[in-house]
Structure formats: structure tokens, C-alpha cells
Write a protein that binds this ligand. Structure first.
Ligand code: ATP
Length: 451
């Protein structure tokens, strides 16, 4: 089936249905910064919740952390970010715009958008210089005496600087992981493509500490496990691929990196990176802090600096991928419909409760049904407007089930459950509804786009 999705359609739907808005819109917006509305918050929370589930509930070897966004500035010296967290930048003297030098073939000339920067007759690009992506600010009330601090450009370093704490207090031994979800900030030269690349974003990172000899085994494990996570949550496997970095692409800390890429409307692009960071970070922080950051096995007397395998995902980028993969258009009874075929576990609202008409005791019974689901499933009650329009609204926000209360419901206390994708309707007893819906939400799911 041909994909009907475009980035423009996703942006429009997100705005129309209250998922994501341009930030500070009443002031004309702030370049590529976005605010999440109600359904966007619920969806992204579900994405992060599923990540935590995979890291914590489904395993015993990973612990959680929430480190501060501000860290001691020495952190960024040790990690190499101060020196090396740069992107190559060129500026055009003709139009004054700045571009990422390694992305010129994907960017538009400031004066002739049909051309790439440098290809227009007036283009006058400077030499490439390295631009540091960290945002700087000053801590303390007096600017002159305050120390310069940085908004973290990744959550990973907060994990490394807490390695010793976690080792001591959680009584872990390799292999074990520390997982963190939180905001990161990068002064990207060319942000864009909606929430794909922004300057403020959320990461979901896990550092997995292993014996050096086991590093490549665990690198393979996490490369496969992280792809499986996306597939289990509904992304089409043929829209995902693993791209192994060649040596010239590797970051300063990495001995091997693979990107999980998703086929966004802009083409296959990074969704998550899996890196073998070796002992780079623990050694660097040990050297800069003077602390021993190593593992000592009392039983065997063995002492070593663990190697680190890092799956690093973006919560916003994953949310975008789930939205893109879910977006679909079809027809019901000759009427066009836009529908988000989200995995029920990701859907912001699991069930809509709709009285067929606003009379004859139907709203009262529908509200009773809604109360029975409270606290168990994210539900929405809606009695306004024609039933077809209410279904359409729920289809657009990806609600997998719609429960309709009709005249028969008042006679036999059953309701119809309509499925978003198959449009099948079945009668279910009100007494069994909560269990039945909870079972369906938790059941394995595959997108109908796979046919
Ligand atoms: P890219 O090559 O796209 O700039 P990266 O390789 O620098 O990404 P990592 O440092 O590996 O990214 O970060 C891990 C994940 O964090 C990425 O796979 C992506 O999902 C997310 N991420 C990184 N930068 C951004 C950004 N500017 N906006 C949104 N998400 C981001």
C-alpha cells in the first residue's frame, strides 16, 4: 500500500487535534521549538512509559536515575564535549544564513530555495569552522563572578558521574545498566523537520556496564533488542533498518556505533544510536575527578573498568516516528477518514464512551460506563454532535476503541465496541467491559498497514 503520509500532514494533524503546537505562537513562534498539548503529552508519556517498561519492568539488571540538567563544568571537559561536541558550519556572505557544512545537499539556498547552499549564482560560502553545540549560561546572581555552566547536550554524562553512587547503593555488578529520561539541549545549526531535530528535546538513554570481554556481545544484544522494541510497538519492520557507522563517522568516544533508522517522509534517518563507548567515559571522569571509577569483585579479587554499551533514543523523534507510521487515510461509506493507527498501548486515549443520542437515558448510562473505567483506562466521554463525527475525531487521535451506548444498552446492559482499524462492532456486557478492553489494549498488536 502506498504511504499517504507527509510531514505537512503530520504537522497539520498535530496542530488540529492538539498534539503539538509551535512554541510561543502568539509572539510569532520561536524557531523550531514546540509545545506539547494534551494528546501530545499523553502520547509522549506512553512512549517514555514503554521505554521504562522495557528497561525496568521487563528486566532485573537496570536501575533508574534522574540527574540534574546542570552539571559541574568539568564534566564537559572530561567528556570531550567542550572540545569536540561541534558541527561543521559555513556561512553565506550573500544571504547571511548559516548551514551545517555536512548537510548542504539536503538544505535550501537562502535566496533560491530550489538550489542547495553554494549552488546559486550569488552564493558566497565561508570556509568551514567548527561550532560548539552546547548552550552556555551563568550560574549565580552575579554574572561576572558566576561560573559558566552548560545545559546538558546529552543525559549520558549524568549517568557516568553517578556510576560510583549507583554501584555502592544499588549493589550491582556488571552486566548492569543505568537508565535515564530527560531533556537535553543542543544549539543545532540547522534544526527542522518538525520535532525531528529541535534545540530542546528529550532523550531516553541507558548506559550498560559490562566486562570488557563481553562488550561486543552486549552491543549486538542491544542493537537487536532496541529494534524489537519499535517493532513490538507497531513500527513496520520494512520501515526500520540498522546502519553500521564506518570508522570515519565514529564519535570521539566510540569504537562501534549502529543507528536504528526509520523511513521518515524525509528518507531513512536516525531514530536511535547504539554505541560501544568502551571505557572512554569512566576513565576520563576518573582522570578529571580523581575518583576511582571501576568495579572490584570481592569474590574473585578481579578489578576492572567496565565497558559501556549505550542505546540512546530520542523521545520526541520516537514520537514522530510512531505518528508517521500510524498516519493513514481511508474511506468509510464514501466519506474520507484520517486515522492514526497507533498501537493501543501508545494511543493517548484508549477508549471513547459515546451515547448514540443525547436523550432517553443514554447519556446517564454512558456516564456510568465511563465511571466504571476511571482509573483503569484512559477514557473520554463525548456526547456532542453526530455519532459519525465523534468517531472521526477519535480516529484522528488514534483511539483504538469506541464504546457506544444505544437503546438496546438500556434494555440488556450491553454496549457496542467499535474497533478503530477493522471497524468491527461487537456487543459486550457492561459488567465485562473494563476487563475486556484492558485485555485488548495489552494484547499483541500489528499494524493493519502490513496487510
Ligand atoms: P543526529 O545525527 O541526528 O544529529 P546524533 O547522532 O547526534 O543525532 P545522539 O547524540 O546519538 O544523536 O543522540 C541520541 C538520540 O537523541 C538520537 O538518535 C535522536 O533520537 C535524539 N536526538 C539527538 N539530537 C536531537 C535533536 N536535535 N532533536 C531531537 N532529537 C534528537
Amino acid at each position: 500500500m502506498a504511504d499517504v503520509v507527509t510531514m505537512e500532514k503530520i504537522v497539520a494533524l498535530c496542530k488540529r487535534r492538539g498534539f503539538i503546537f509551535p512554541s510561543s505562537e502568539i509572539y510569532g513562534g520561536l524557531g523550531s521549538t514546540y509545545d506539547y498539548g494534551h494528546y501530545g503529552v499523553l502520547l509522549k508519556n506512553n512512549v517514555k512509559g514503554e521505554w521504562w517498561r522495557a528497561m525496568l519492568l521487563e528486566r532485573d539488571d537496570i536501575v533508574a536515575l534522574d540527574s540534574a540538567i546542570f552539571q559541574h563544568p568539568r564534566t564537559w571537559e572530561a567528556s570531550g564535549h567542550l572540545q569536540g561536541f561541534t558541527d561543521p558550519l559555513v556561512e553565506c556572505r550573500a544571504c547571511g544564513q548559516r548551514f551545517r557544512a555536512d548537510h548542504l545537499s539536503e538544505l535550501q539556498c537562502g535566496r533560491k530555495p530550489s538550489l542547495h547552499p553554494g549552488d546559486g549564482p550569488d552564493c558566497d560560502l565561508t570556509d568551514v569552522r567548527q561550532f560548539n553545540l552546547m548552550f552556555e549560561t551563568t550560574m549565580g546572581p552575579v554574572k561576572e563572578t558566576g561560573a559558566t555552566v552548560y545545559l546538558r547536550p546529552e543525559t549520558a554524562q549524568g549517568i557516568f558521574v553517578n556510576f560510583k553512587n549507583v554501584l555502592q547503593f544499588s549493589r550491582r555488578r556488571p552486566p548492569f545498566g543505568i537508565a535515564q529520561v530527560g531533556k537535553s539541549f543542543r544549539n543545532e545549526i540547522t534544526p527542522g523537520n518538525f520535532i525531528f531535530r529541535t534545540r530542546e528535546f528529550e532523550q531516553m538513554e541507558m548506559e550498560y556496564f559490562v566486562a570488557p570481554a563481553e562488550a561486543s556481545k552486549w552491543f549486538d544484544h542491544w542493537s537487536a533488542a532496541r529494534q524489537d522494541w519499535y517493532v513490538e510497538l507497531g513500527l513496520r519492520p520494512d520501515h526500520l533498518r540498522l546502519r553500521v557507522h564506518d570508522v570515519s563517522e565514529l564519535s570521539h568516544y566510540s569504537s562501534a556505533t549502529s543507528d536504528i533508522e526509520y523511513l521518515f517522509p524525509i528518507g531513512f534517518s536516525e531514530l536511535e544510536g547504539i554505541a560501544n563507548r568502551g571505557d572512554f567515559d569512566l576513565l576520563a571522569h576518573a582522570r578529571f575527578s580523581g575518583e576511582k571509577l571501576e568495579y572490584f569483585d570481592q569474590a574473585s579479587g578481579e578489578r576492572y573498568v567496565p565497558h559501556v554499551i549505550e542505546p540512546a533514543a530520542g523521545a520526541d523523534r520516537a514520537t514522530l516516528a510512531f505518528l508517521v507510521d500510524a498516519y493513514d487515510e481511508d474511506e468509510i461509506g464514501g466519506e474520507p477518514r484520517t486515522v492514526l493507527r497507533l498501537h493501543p498501548r501508545l494511543a493517548p486515549v484508549k477508549v471513547a464512551i459515546l451515547p448514540l443520542v443525547r436523550k432517553d437515558g443514554q447519556p446517564e448510562l454512558a456516564r456510568e460506563v465511563r465511571e466504571r473505567l476511571r482509573g483503569r483506562l484512559a477514557a473520554e466521554y463525548d456526547e456532542g454532535g453526530a455519532i459519525g463525527r465523534r468517531y472521526r475525531r477519535q480516529d484522528e487521535i488514534g483511539t483504538p476503541f469506541a464504546v457506544t451506548v444505544d437503546h438496546q444498552s438500556l434494555e440488556d446492559r450491553t454496549v457496542t465496541v467499535r474497533e478503530r482499524d477493522s471497524l468491527r462492532q461487537e456487543r459486550v456486557a457492561i459488567d465485562e467491559l473494563a476487563d475486556e478492553l484492558a485485555r485488548r489494549v495489552a494484547a499483541p498488536w500489528q499494524t493493519p498497514k502490513l496487510g
